[in-house]
Design a protein around this ligand. Structure first.
Ligand code: 6GU
Length: 259
């Protein structure tokens, strides 16, 4: 996979040289380049922003440096790269989106700052890119760089070969619509706190059941919105009993919260 990131703070993306993603770059699994938007300006002051038409607070990123930068990274035209525009006004980034993006050959991230990029850039870019404004969630960051760090890590780890043991991608939070179960390691008793006994039993059926129930309990507690999105057809008898004990009711294939 090829990834291009355009930013006025290219140093922000230095973290992508570390850990799993850094290693994947060294091994050639990810080809990642960071570009300084100011290198695509033509004036002496390397200006990237200007005041908003219609008035209002803050500054808007000028179209021309963005057009020049996107022209430079677009590639030969026989592919249609995905242009991800991090913005609190985007669609929410999810694990499902990370899986989709991990299938792509070429991702371009356009990091806006200030109040955002002139809207015409996104319209114009639609001729050559699949343009996707994407948000990490309902809060505001000063720019797209931190969001790009998160998204490149979430997508990059799903690219085959980046995570050494692909098994570790199967049983993790959000892979089945539930949060992950709690984990424990040695010692079996620590500061008077024993590990749940079933985990020491060697009974793999019971362990699987315990973990599934912990997933259901934890998700109901922390993310009840995810419980309501479950398809009841995917729930076995024991799942239904656990949800019933938590006060949920199953009606017409939906999991309904306690009143
Ligand atoms: Cl992707 N960008 C910015 N600037 N703020 C955000 C965000 C993205 N996601 C949540 N807040």
């Amino acid at each position: 996979m090829r990834i291009d990131v355009v930013s006025i703070f290219p140093e922000y993306l230095a973290a992508l040289e570390l850990s799993l993603i850094g290693k994947a770059r060294q091994e050639g699994l990810l080809e990642l380049a960071v570009h300084d938007l100011r290198d695509f300006t033509t004036d002496r002051h390397r200006t990237v922003d200007d005041t908003p038409y219609g008035g209002g607070a803050g500054m808007v990123m000028k179209p021309e440096p963005w057009a020049a930068a996107l022209d430079a990274v677009a590639g030969d035209g026989d592919e249609r790269p995905v242009l991800i525009v991090p913005s609190p006004a985007g669609a929410v980034f999810t694990q499902a989106m990370a899986y989709e993006l991990a299938e792509e050959k070429h991702l371009v991230f356009a990091c806006g700052r200030y109040e955002g990029i002139d809207e015409r850039v996104l319209e114009w870019a639609g001729e050559r890119f699949d343009v996707r404004p994407v948000s990490l969630g309902d809060y505001v960051l000063n720019g797209g760089e931190v969001a790009v760090l998160a998204m490149v890590e979430a997508v990059g780890r799903l690219v085959p070969g980046v995570v050494g043991n692909p098994e570790s991608l199967v049983e993790e939070s959000h892979s089945d619509g539930l949060l992950e179960y709690p984990v424990y390691t040695k010692p079996s008793a620590w500061r008077e706190r024993p590990v749940p006994e079933v985990l020491l039993s060697g009974n793999h059926g019971k362990i699987a059941r315990f973990r599934r129930d912990e997933q259901l309990r934890r998700t109901a507690d922390r993310r009840p919105d995810l419980i309501e999105k479950l398809d009841a057809a995917t729930l076995d008898k024991a799942d239904r009993a656990t949800l019933a004990a938590l006060g949920y009711e199953i009606r017409d294939g939906r999991v309904c919260p306690p009143a």
